[in-house]
Design a protein around this ligand. Structure first.
Ligand SMILES: NC(=O)C1=CN([C@@H]2O[C@H](COP(=O)(O)OP(=O)(O)OC[C@H]3O[C@@H](n4cnc5c(N)ncnc54)[C@H](O)[C@@H]3O)[C@@H](O)[C@H]2O)C=CC1
Ligand SMILES: O=C(O)C1=N[C@H](C(=O)O)C[C@H](O)C1
Length: 264
């Protein structure tokens, strides 16, 4: 049963509450009748305020330098964690898995992207990967973003690479010798990832797949951070049902369920 699924609203804290995402997350939690926003934590605020407020779930939307400390603190104080913060490496995920063994009743959701469009592009890219010999990922973001490539692009490339390996595909063909270092982007498990930073953009991603005589482009465009909020709320409501570490919001969704009309 989800925490807070009884009469009492689920008590939620937001870390990074004064950031671009954090502000919207606070408003989304505040507006949900089954949730209660009990703490808004910014940089320099005491995490003890979260325990004093009796938070059951913490939403972390901070920075890669802070997220590990926040997750460790939450797990050692009986608080589930939903985080969309970037900077996840295999080592960091292993460390969180290890912490979770010390708090087996708690859940941690690491969601590279809370947007349904981005989650679906990742799924479609995974499905398409084995049918095309070439593939590249291009992510495009606002220039205030602190990291590159995006966490979503890294995750997308990893999923594609895993699907290609499972299908026994050869490496992506590429005869190029770079005249300038970086011209071919970053290499994530053998998949090239390119990062564009441009005023006017928010968060966008293309997966380009190519075979002899054809290409397929999968593209997701986020125009407003409101698009992330339904996913944040799904994470908050379901994290208690998923003890241990979960990577990817898709694990909380029924992507293969019966077709539904939007709004049903
Ligand atoms: N998973 C997803 O769907 C999405 C993830 N993101 C990621 O979320 C993170 C935040 O993004 P934005 O809100 O755009 O960044 P932002 O820079 O606007 O906000 C980050 C906030 O965290 C605060 N902060 C830093 N250290 C802290 C600490 N120890 N405790 C509490 N607060 C702390 C900063 O002062 C700032 O207010 C980034 O890593 C970004 O890539 C952003 C959009 C969607
Ligand atoms: O910083 C952002 O804005 C975003 N960050 C996440 C990422 O790095 O993938 C998710 C989304 O792309 C927006």
């Amino acid at each position: 049963m989800s925490a807070g699924s009884g009469q009492e609203p689920l008590r939620v804290a937001v870390l990074g509450a004064r950031g671009r995402m954090g502000r919207q997350a606070c408003a989304a939690v505040d507006a949900a009748p089954d949730l209660e926003l009990v703490a808004e934590i910014g940089r320099g605020d005491r995490l003890d305020a979260l325990a004093e407020a009796g938070a059951q779930v913490a939403v972390d939307l901070t920075v890669p330098a802070a997220v590990m400390g926040n997750v460790e603190w939450c797990l050692s104080h009986g608080v589930h964690v939903v985080t969309g913060t970037t900077g996840w490496t295999a080592d960091r995920l292993d460390t969180v898995r290890q912490w979770c063994t010390q708090a087996p009743a708690l859940g941690v959701l690491v969601a590279p992207n809370f947007g349904i469009g981005a989650v679906l592009v990742m799924r479609f890219a995974q499905q398409a990967a084995r049918f095309f010999e070439s593939v590249e990922v291009v992510e495009l973001h606002h220039p205030d973003k602190l990291d590159a490539p995006s966490g979503t692009a890294v995750r997308t490339a990893q999923l594609i690479a895993a699907a290609r390996a499972e299908a026994g595909l050869d490496p992506v063909p590429d005869a190029t010798v770079e005249a300038l270092e970086g011209a071919r982007g970053a290499d994530v498990d053998g998949v090239r990832v390119h990062a564009v930073r441009l005023r006017g953009l928010l968060a966008h991603q293309e997966v380009l797949l190519g075979g002899p005589g054809e290409t397929l482009t999968l593209r997701d465009d986020t125009y407003d951070r409101a698009s992330f909020m339904p996913g944040v709320l799904v994470g908050v409501r379901k994290v208690a049902d998923h003890p241990g570490l979960t990577v990817g919001l898709e694990n909380y969704l029924d992507l293969d369920g019966a077709p539904r009309r939007a709004g049903d």
